[in-house]
Ligand binder design. Structure first.
Ligand SMILES: [Mg+2]
Length: 404
């Protein structure tokens, strides 16, 4: 059965939220990110891009390239709130949707054609989001996720595009191979060195050639170039959470030890998040007392994957939860409401040093195992198990310097 998949993506999300909060920023070049000496650009408006500005670059450099830009220190809490509002609107209108990042959604509108028309429905949904939030948003509609995502990017800014069934290949053919999702800078260079520029050329090649050059990735890229993709829309409510817990050999009342274990667990799970390029917006702590009564407490937080933000919140939850002064048999933590994204969202308060620190720590963990570097406070908790990548076995990407 042919599917109808909608991809919907807020345009320059952080920039648009800032403009919504302050109308005077409309049409002016705008940089959002860390404003300190060593801050990093998290988002930049279309007006700045002609100057060579892109996200991930040092703010200082961006200011030099585009001196007339207004610079705003971002706020993860505000953006998470706006993201939630948009999510609620979509949830109300669409039974099956996936929140793939803080500003990006897929929805499966298959079967809607008969009585409504998916394109009309998507148009109305987009209009509703614009009316209720004031944020510009674009969508692409086609038979699968990949083609719809490319269509959204072609539609931007603030527009919409549908690719009718059967027109996937001709739609993709004239585009640059760079526009195929998963063709990053490195793959792009490899393909360019082979003399490939347009998707059309990939379409005309045998799949085996791509496979020989790029391995398994080559096959996927070839299929995508040909408009083929059958990845399902993963319902938001079933989105995977990650968790870890620990049962003590002997029940304990040693708060210092319990905190140490929680810190080690948080560090470990936060690393798993970053490794899978995920962010969490909901954390919870669980305690089982020696009498087997189990309690848990959860907290909504702005999207993050940074230890230094998560650890104090986990300890705060623990403090609120641990009130029976009984022996503890088990403790555990869980991160849920996961979406894709990297920790640029937390760069507003922080600097390149913090970013580099995370990158360095994660690189060491990647090479020598995830307990090779741990916080001193979590040192006592040596038995937090080594975890496999809980996401999909994709190669780890720890760089936050990713272009939008
Ligand atoms: Mg976006």
């Amino acid at each position: 059965m042919t599917k109808t998949i909608l991809h919907i993506d807020l345009d320059t999300f952080y920039v648009s939220v800032e403009r919504q909060l302050n109308r005077e920023l409309q049409n002016r070049p705008l940089l959002v990110g860390g404003t300190g000496d060593r801050g990093v650009v998290a988002a930049c408006s279309y007006e700045t891009r002609g100057f060579g500005v892109h996200s991930g670059m040092p703010m200082k450099m961006a200011r030099e390239l585009c001196p007339e830009a207004v610079v705003i220190r971002g706020n993860a809490g505000t953006y998470s709130q706006y993201s939630d509002v948009v999510t609620e609107i979509i949830k109300e209108k669409v039974p099956l949707f996936e929140k793939s990042s803080i500003d990006e959604f897929y929805a499966d509108l298959s079967g809607m054609d008969r009585f409504f028309g998916a394109y009309k429905y998507a148009t109305e949904l987009r209009q509703k989001i614009i009316n209720e939030t004031g944020l510009p948003i674009s969508f692409g509609l086609s038979v699968n996720k990949v083609v719809s995502k490319v269509a959204t990017n072609e539609a931007k800014p603030n527009n919409q595009l549908k690719v009718d069934k059967g027109w996937e290949k001709p739609f993709l053919a004239p585009l640059s191979i760079k526009k195929i999702p998963m063709v990053g800078d490195k793959t792009y260079q490899t393909l360019r060195n082979l003399g490939l520029r347009q998707v059309r050329t990939v379409q005309e090649m045998p799949m085996e050639v791509m496979q020989r050059v790029l391995g398994a990735n080559g096959t996927v890229i070839w299929k995508r170039a040909n408009g083929m993709d059958n990845t399902p829309v993963i319902p938001f409510c079933e989105r995977k959470s990650i968790s870890t817990e620990r049962t003590f050999d002997r029940d304990t009342i040693d708060v210092h030890k319990l905190k140490g274990v929680l810190i080690a667990m948080t560090e470990n799970l936060a690393y798993q998040l970053r490794r899978g390029e995920k962010l969490t917006a909901c954390i919870s702590v669980k305690i089982r007392y020696s009498d087997f009564n189990t309690y848990s407490k959860q907290l909504r937080i702005p999207y993050t994957s940074a230890d230094h933000i998560l650890i104090p919140k986990i300890l705060e939850l623990f403090k609120a939860l641990y009130n029976r002064r009984l022996l503890v048999r088990l403790i555990g933590i869980r991160f849920s409401h996961l979406v894709s994204g990297n920790y640029q969202i937390n760069l507003f308060d922080d600097t390149e040093e913090i970013l580099n620190l995370y990158n360095a720590l994660d690189t060491i963990r990647e090479r020598y195992g995830d307990k090779s570097v741990i916080r001193a406070a979590g040192l006592g908790a040596k038995t937090i198990g080594r975890m496999h990548n809980p996401f999909n076995g994709q190669p780890p990407v720890v760089l936050a310097h990713r272009k939008q």
